[in-house]
Design a protein around this ligand. Structure first.
Ligand SMILES: C[S@@+](CC[C@H](N)C(=O)[O-])C[C@H]1O[C@@H](n2cnc3c(N)ncnc32)[C@H](O)[C@@H]1O
Length: 230
């Protein structure tokens, strides 16, 4: 498992420069105007829900990547602390946002321990990369990082046909594998963890950490919502 989690970091380090193609539906992620619009509409649904969580003083973003969601968090939070294991991701995020309201930290989230509490903790497309046996301890640390009354907001992938790259093979929906093979634009291949969560099952994991979840699905692509710390 350790080797797999290191390969996952190596994959995202190597992918950083081409990562936004996925969000923008470009290159291998371009599935045509109709499906691209459906994707962007569903992203907008999540953005609006996140915006309604504000205004806030402080947010912690775990696995921040290139800043796609960091810039959304800045719309509702005075300050954002953004953590990622990949220095290439952090560099792109920093250069894109150029904001003195964002602080950055390079850390492996499986070794990370919260140093303080925040109004909001955010994970975008990260929980699906947490192996099942690491999920409870990870969510426990998320709960610790929230102030009483704070909110954990998440968005992640649903199992959907036209979500990934056109040259990625779809996993058998009945397989219980948690592994995905990913390719980069130059053809390099990596194996990573990818677990598709359902609201009921993920909600139960959040409740086990004392959080009060409210999760939902967009039409086809995403699971999103929040879990409040009483
Ligand atoms: C699917 S991307 C999500 C990025 C961003 N949250 C978004 O939604 O655009 C996963 C992110 O997790 C980071 N990552 C992978 N393994 C990690 C680890 N062990 N600790 C911290 N970050 C990690 C990657 O570098 C990458 O930025």
């Amino acid at each position: 498992m350790d080797d797999l989690l290191q390969e996952q970091i190596a994959y995202y380090r190597a992918r950083a420069a081409e990562y936004d193609e996925w969000a923008l539906r470009k290159g291998r992620y371009d599935h045509g105007p109709e499906l691209n619009k459906r994707w962007h509409d569903q992203v907008e649904e999540v953005r609006q829900a996140l915006l309604r969580c504000g205004p806030l003083e402080s947010a912690l973003e775990l696995a921040c990547g290139t800043g796609i969601w960091t810039q959304q968090l800045l719309r509702s939070s005075q300050r954002v602390h953004a953590i990622d294991a990949a220095p290439e991701m952090l560099a792109i995020n920093r250069a894109k946002l150029l904001s003195d309201r964002v602080s950055y930290e390079q850390a492996d989230l499986f070794a990370w321990r919260p140093q303080r509490q925040y109004d909001l903790v955010f994970c975008g497309f990260w929980l699906s990369h947490v192996p099942p046996q690491q999920m409870a301890p990870f969510l426990q640390r998320v709960a610790q990082a929230l102030r009483p009354g704070g909110r954990f907001f998440l968005v992640d992938s649903r199992r959907a046909i036209y979500a990934g790259a056109s040259d990625h093979s779809l996993r058998d929906p009945f397989s219980d594998s948690i592994l995905d093979e990913r390719k980069l634009n130059d053809g390099r291949r990596f194996t990573i963890v990818k677990v598709f969560h359902e609201p009921d099952q993920l909600g139960a994991s959040l409740e086990a950490q004392g959080l009060r979840p409210s999760l939902q699905l967009t039409d086809s692509y995403f699971i999103y919502g929040w879990a409040d710390k009483p």
